[in-house]
Write a protein that binds this ligand. Sequence first.
Ligand code: NAD
Length: 444
Amino acid sequence: MVNDQLLSRTKGSGKNEDSIEFEPKLAVDNLFHLASAQLENAISVVSLDNSLRTILLQPKNELIIHFPVKLTSGKVALFKGYRVQHNNILGPFKGGCRFHQDVYLDECKALASWMTWKCALQNLPFGGGKGGVKFNPSEYNVEDLERITRRFTHSLGLNIGPDWDVPAPDMGTNAQIMDWMMDTFSNSVAPLDKQVVKGVVTGKSVVCGGIPGREEATGRGIVHCITHWAKEKHFNLAGATLAVQGYGNVGSHTAMILSRMGVSLIAVGDHTGYFIHPEGFNPYKLAEYCRVNRTLKGYPGGEQISREEFFATKCDLLIPAAMELQIRQAEAEQVQCKVVVEGANGPTDLDAEAILERRNIDIIPDILANSGGVVVSYFEWLQNKRSESWDITDVRTKLERRMLQTHQLVSEKARALGKNLRIAAYVIALERLQEVYSRRGIWP
Ligand code: NAD
């Protein structure tokens, strides 16, 4: 049962059911603007049924919770948590849980909608969801993080569940946070259900029911997309150069896997600074440094550069793997790469996309490029449902097959439509959703 008191259903403005309301003070940088504009672009190509357009332009449910936590200092602090459930016609809502000081409702709405398209594109039996808590996790000790995570999970109550809404790691969260979420949820259900609800979150540690290969999955999926792109372009990856913004889960795994293929990481940056090393960083040492220090700050290698210099670095592959809206007009004019591979969600705005297209720089769009994470989350969810333990070789083989097949489908669709990969990916996702809606209808 969904807690109807907590859920507020989006009803449109009243004047016009199709109009979209944005959070006004954030209108300039509003991520939901970008998500809605991308959707409208694709709709103009796919001739989507108008009632389906109305449904898909807004999330089904938007949940905001204020919850108190007694911190280790003895102080009681109030936190703001979000969960947005965009669409579940294909299966349970699915999407990350973000811990970051800038999390806001329209961001969660955009990210949740991208999950709907991502799952439909990958033909997964999931819908789209996203959420998080608005705070900076690096300012809290481990015990406080556990208290915040458990209290948030408890406050979400039955608004999440293995067959209803399944969170996963995202920015600022990891396997440990997922373990706490799963443990809290499973302790809130009847004793007989304790084991069957392990799939309430994915991205857990392997010992707690996670699947081997989930942590690297998004990065590995990105690498499969790059391999597919390189094959199509007759581009030799051995000896290629790489710049990565954000060296967390997605950025570091991508760089480490690419290094085994002879790709050299020559520029890297995070919220604390940017660095260049023309001979190439050791991506493993960099990852270990970030694991211990939580940032790149103080890394004893490479030369410090500005953010502008980072984006202007001449390289073959540029991977934004940090925050959204990082590549805008200025960055798009500056970049000197062959392809932008969107590890992050929504890193490129529409103006930048047009400039990159004009400059013949390819974009592998987020809903394709970073979909390896949710593909392996699906494997974990299946594993939990069946009480199985999957092998890493199986996970990697199945992930590779699915990423390459989907990329092939998107490339073919793009050629058939004469459109870019983003539009093609959206069109595939929307056509799948449209088919299901047309068969099921709108009840009553
Ligand atoms: P993470 O928390 O592990 O790492 C984020 C990185 O970005 C860190 O290095 C951080 O320092 C850096 N960063 C944060 N703010 C920044 C800023 N303003 N400028 C530059 N760098 C900044 O997060 P992650 O899981 O690697 O996620 C990164 C992106 O990938 C997000 O957009 C997320 O939604 C997306 N994504 C993640 C997954 C996943 O499986 N983790 C799956 C799909 C998409």
